[in-house]
Design a protein around this ligand. Sequence first.
Ligand code: SF4
Length: 476
Amino acid sequence: MSMFEDIPVDVGIIYEGERIRGREMQVELGGPREEFKFELVQAKELDEIEDGKIEIIGPDLPDIPVGTNVPFGMIIYVGGEEIEKDLEGVIERRLHEYVNFIEGFMHLNQRYDIQMRLSQKSYQKGFNTFKIFGEVLFRLYKSEMPFIEKMQIIFYTDPAKVAELYPEAMNIYEARDARARGMSDDEVDVFYGCSLCQSFAPTHLCVITPQRYANCGAISWFDGRATAKVDPKGPVFEIPKGALLDEVTGEYEQVNQVIKEKSLGEIERVQLYTGFGYPHTSCGCFEGCAFYIPEVDAYGVVHRNYKGQTVNGLDFVTISDLTAGGRQVDGFHGLSIEYMRSPKFMQADGGWDRVVWMPEDILERIKEYMPEEIISKIATENRVTSLDELKDWLKDKQHPIVERWTEEPEAEVSAQAEVQQMVQPQMPMGGYTVPTLELPASALPVQGLPSGLNIKIILKNAKITAEKLIIKAEKE
Ligand code: SF4
């Protein structure tokens, strides 16, 4: 029986984490194949909102061919005596939770990155119009966030309209992000924690400070403050800083205590400004990842919308699977784009002097916040295409990382990194799912294949379980 008797599908926390595969989907809203998509919450005066009104601009669900994807936009207007602008980001982020509560509905990512899927099964049960979708959201929001007094929703599936509104949405996100820029962690007494993603990654907790934006890129320190005030029992809460244990790595006594408690003892320490040792955990919603490249003893950074292979041959999905799950994986570090604008960005690892590769579009987006002298020294997909080219590029441009190399880069992975490589695979007890792993296996004789033929083994969604994985450098 449904939680709401007049809604044709069930709604509840048990559906969080439900995955809708391509072959099961009725429709995909947004997603990687669509350039334009967004979800946006806007605070308005009470008299500007028509409570309960739902509009659909473009085709409704029955008018979208089965198994296809459409550009998608969603604007939610909220009003209430206690509602202020700073709450928009967090109300918006709760969509991730509430949409996933709906049986047969999946919501991934946030803001301009959203990917939602409705299953054929739920559609056939009668969940066949955006009106029902809006109705469920009204009820969940108003019961969970009673400070929302009025709410109105507009769904956009008309491609031209979504494309027209997309830049406006991007400007609104940018204005929100800009608020905390220039503030320092030292100016505040409290940070904020967010445990919203624990349903997917039970040991993960975001620690949101003025200089470390939430991993999903959707919640700033100001957003955390506004939410903790109106919804003190909600997933976003205050963390008093407590004693500063290490200024460079960004380790705080009280933060450690809260993390330990919220991860049920699994994570004992977190250092906010490093990707090694005790890095901030990564759930799976991060906007991007920093990934360590041992061959050059430095980091690459890749973001979710980057479709190609990174300089080490891995794509975002593979790197993100190595990073996600609420673990602390040395050298694989989930982050938001806004954090890359922070003066404390990976400061314990060398900051920008330790970054050697990133996609060109991200470089363009954030370059005004990077040290000027490093911008032309960082390689992109348009500047190099392999690790060998990367090494030549770094030497040629006299990237500061080259000073760390004492011999040839392959042989001189730093002592720190060598240790990290030994402990890196902290796999969950249930094993680890590798989405796609390609192994060159040209040396293997394979029965039935002519000798000398080069083959490649591709493991798709392989589950690998290992008690220990030791990686050792081989001498010539
Ligand atoms: S990524 Fe972090 S801040 Fe964003 S919703 Fe998840 S736990 Fe909260």
